[in-house]
Write a protein that binds this ligand. Structure first.
Ligand SMILES: Cc1cc2nc3c(=O)[nH]c(=O)nc-3n(C[C@H](O)[C@H](O)[C@H](O)COP(=O)(O)OP(=O)(O)OC[C@H]3O[C@@H](n4cnc5c(N)ncnc54)[C@H](O)[C@@H]3O)c2cc1C
Length: 63
């Protein structure tokens, strides 16, 4: 399923909700860029989610 990156203006950037990856492979997004529910704890959680998924992808590359 394609996800678009909104660079300037418009709504939040779209990411795969499971991986937090954008339509560009290897580019992940989180925080205010990806939601209208702007709050520090939500951004921090999304950032941790993205970091965990990046780690998974890196581990998959090694195996
Ligand atoms: C006035 C105000 C009050 C708020 N009060 C609260 C509150 O009480 N409680 C709460 O939970 N949330 C509050 N928020 C929301 C909270 O601050 C944000 O949801 C949170 O900081 C988002 O974190 P983020 O990492 O997604 O983005 P940000 O914290 O905005 O971090 C993005 C970073 O990217 C940098 N950047 C931007 N463009 C580029 C570029 N091209 N290259 C390199 N770096 C770039 C910016 O300089 C910035 O440091 C408030 C927001 C505002 C504006």
């Amino acid at each position: 399923m394609p996800y678009d990156i909104v660079i300037v203006g418009g709504g939040p950037a779209k990411v795969d909700p499971m991986k937090r990856e954008t339509s560009v492979p290897g580019i992940y997004a989180s925080g205010d860029l990806t939601t209208r529910m702007q709050a520090a704890i939500i951004s921090a959680a999304a950032g941790m989610h993205a970091a965990a998924m990046i780690n998974v992808d890196l581990m998959m590359e090694l195996t």
